[in-house]
Each structure stands twice: as C-alpha cells, then as structure tokens.
Ligand binder design. Sequence first.
Ligand SMILES: Nc1ncnc2c1ncn2[C@@H]1O[C@H](COP(=O)(O)OP(=O)(O)O)[C@@H](O)[C@H]1O
Ligand SMILES: [Mg+2]
Ligand SMILES: [Zn+2]
Length: 501
Amino acid sequence: MAYRALYRTWRPQSFTDVVGQQHIVKTLKNALQQERLTHAYLFTGPRGTGKTSIAKILAKAVNCQNGSGEPCNQCHTCISIQEGHSMDVIEIDAASNRGIDEMRELRDKVRYAPAENRYRAYIIDEVHMLTEPAFNALLKTLEEPPGHTLFILATTEPQKIPVTILSRCQRFDFHRLTNQEIVERLREIATDGDIDVTESVLHYIAKYADGGLRDALSLFDQCLAYAGKIITEKDVLDILGKSSKDQYSSLTSMVLEGKIVDALIVLDKTLESGKDVHQFLTGWLSYWREILLVKLGASHLVIDDILKEQASSLSKDELISVIDLLSDIGKNIKWSTEPRLILEIAVIKLVNLVGKEMLDVQVAEKKPSKAPVKKEEDKEKTAIIEQIKKDWKNIVSLVGKKSVKAQALLVEAVPVDGRPGTLTLLFNHSFHKESFEGSQGKNRLLLEQIISQKYGEDIKIICILKGEKVAEAKEDPLVDSAKELFGAEVVQVKDKNPFDK
Ligand SMILES: Nc1ncnc2c1ncn2[C@@H]1O[C@H](COP(=O)(O)OP(=O)(O)O)[C@@H](O)[C@H]1O
Ligand SMILES: [Mg+2]
Ligand SMILES: [Zn+2]
C-alpha cells in the first residue's frame, strides 16, 4: 500500500481530536448543540493550524445523523464526507479557481437544496485569492444565502478580504499551536507507531515547526524516512542540514571573509535548487550553534578543520550576536511573503557583523600607517576600479547594446568604492536593485563580462541599497562616497534591525 503522509493520516476527524484552538472548538460545539449556527464562517490564521480540518468536522457535524455537537464518524453521511464523496460538501480552492465564472456557477448552484442532507457546505480555501468580480459574485450569495447553505471561508491573509465579505461572516482567528501542544501530538503519534524517539527530538521538531502542526508532521515524516523507527537528535539536525553541510560551511566562510557577492551566489544556487528558505535558515543556525559549541569546547561531533578554523576566528560574543541575529530573522521569515529577500539581507548583515577581512581592508585604505602591506595586485585592482568609475557612462552604454533593461537599471546606480576586485553599485530604490539582481543574476553577469573584456580583469559586482548599513566604521569609505554623491543628510547609516518594529 502506498505510504500516506502523517499529516493526512492524522487529520483530526472530530472536535475532540483537534489540538489547541479550544476557543474555536468550544464556540462551534455550543452553536451546534443550541442550533445557533450562522451561514458564513471565516477561518483565518497561519497555515497548518487546523482551518481545513475544522471546516470538514463542522460540515460533518451539521449533517451527521447521530451527533449533536460532534460528528459520529460512523453514519453514512459522516463517512461519505470524510471520504470526499458527498455531493453536499463542496471544497473550492480559490487559489486555482479565482474567477467570476466559478463564483457565478456557485451562485446558481447554491439555490438548489442539498442532495441528501440538511446543509450543503461550501469550503472555500485561500479565499483571499479571489478576483474582485469573483468577490462581488460571492458577496451576492452571502447577502441572501438560502437556509440550507453553510459557507466556510478559510484564509491565511484576512487583510486581503473585502470588508463587505468580512462583515457577513463570523470570524475565528486560529492561533499558532504552542510547542507543548505540538510535542504532545508528536508523542501520541510516536507511541501509536512504536517509534523510539527522545523528548529532545520532539522539542526540536516543535521548535522548527513554530506553531504549524502540518510542518511538524512533515518534518517528523522526513525523520522517519531517514532514520527509521529510532530517531535521534542528530538525525533531525542531519535532515535540517542534510546535503548542505558543505554549503553551510562555505557560506559561513564567505561571510567571515567578507565576500558578500560569493555568499549571495552560493545562497542563490542553494535556493534555486528548491530548498525551503526557512529550513535552510534553521540548518544554518544549527551550523553556527555547532561553531559556538566548538568554541566552548562542548561539541561532541567530529570536528573538521574548517569548523575549527571558523570557531577560532570568532569571539564568543560575536558568535552569540550572529546566532541572535539569525534566530530573530527566523521568527519573521516563516510567515513572510519575501523570505528569500530577508535571508539575503541577513547575509549582508552578517558580513557587516563578522566579515573581518572586508572591514580590515576598508580601514586599511583609510589608515595606511597601520595597514598591513598591500599586495601589488590589490593596488592594480584598485586602480581599475577608479578607472571604471571614470568610464562609468561609457560602460553603461556598452551594457545597453546587449540589454536595454539592464542599461535602464544601471542609469539609476552609482559606482562607489569597494574592496580591491569588487565594484559596489549603490541603488536608490530597492525595486531597481532587485530587478538588476533578479533574473538569476543575468544583468550582473553581463556587466561583469563587459568589464572583464574591457579591462582584462575579473571584477565582482556588489549591489547595495542607499541607506543600508555598510560597515561598522564611521569613516567607512563606502559611506563617504555615498555622502559625496547623495549629500550627507540623505545617507543614513542604519543600525537598527529593519525587522523589529
Ligand atoms: N489544530 C490541529 N489539530 C490537529 N491536527 C492539526 C491541527 N492543525 C493542523 N493539523 C495537522 O495538519 C494537517 C493540515 O491541517 P489543516 O487543517 O489542513 O491546516 P490549515 O487548513 O490551517 O492549513 C492536518 O491534517 C493535521 O494532521
Ligand atoms: Mg487549509
Ligand atoms: Zn455521523
């Protein structure tokens, strides 16, 4: 028999089966018992917290032949709804049926009485995805619903739903589940399936899931597939970091060496290969944690040389700052619509925080007396950067011969100082910067190619946004150039984490 994912096997079938969300369960059960249901419910909240599950339980409960307040799950009605055969429970995924036609069709069908039950339930998932005309058509139906219909609208983004719709629904806000609630359900599943697992593993999974039970079950599933029925903490770490230990290690080295561009490229490659951003971040975080353990002499893993080197190049406090920063970001990233952007910014911040070499070179440029002797090669490269800055307009038109769009974006950008071998482009608007960096870095590669052809030297391009924090030192040459170009008052050296409000 084909394997069924845990989150499907463990879909709650009755209200007592639901983990958490007691404020909702209680209200619905009461309404059922006292026959005070309304015609339209709106379920909002993060994904994987029970919206669809409760919608189905409710659809069963209103039609169950035996129950009052709970579906019996044994009568013909309960079973046909559970198996998805019932004509009277209609599930619509608004993400793929966004248009007016579907909603019109729904409006026409709503008039007919249910085939064999008291109610016909419409469960409209991701309802915020509907187009405006579709919302209007839905609204018409909600305004005068026939007595036998029950609407359950579910969404992760209630702010995108028109007020006119909101005002016609009874709204329930689903909460993220607590770690304790998740751990308890996982323990139940482990006992049921004779799975040997420590408490720490369960807590690890719960922490990763961050309130979403579906994510917890998926990760648990991955662990089972990887480790079999005995799961250790190391297995979980392996899964979260699997196939990427090397990627984490090299990404970390690049950050430490101040190689923003290389770091962003590695990140890009990893994420292009379909890796989940949140999962990647969690894995990277455990990698940093491992460095800290090595630093403290508390690691019981086999320590490789790179890890040792990374640990010795950082102070304990620096490591703690890094871990703090990444875990802060982790809290935002999971629910963000732009997780990737957040991660990229995190990389830049980390370089600012612990990217030693970059800082040293910049300081060295300012204070030659204290600086280590610079290599001839570096001088040459610095001279080329100066030349590029002078030739900039010319270069931009060369780019224009290959791509007008890239040219247009570059007109907005200003070349400023960088490390030897890199050219930093300062952008005025994040939109321009992102567009320039987008399309898998094609624009950047084009520019690098043109520069390499013209000057016979490989120069890397770094894009930054005006106002982004670029280095610790007040007398940072990058900031100075920016001030020169934009005027002191418009260049802000931001110190604050943009994610804490
Ligand atoms: N509150 C919950 N109680 C029990 N199981 C849950 C709960 N929330 C999510 N799950 C698990 O996750 C799966 C997906 O949940 P679902 O109800 O589809 O979430 P949503 O619709 O909020 O995204 C369920 O099949 C179940 O295994
Ligand atoms: Mg759902
Ligand atoms: Zn029943």
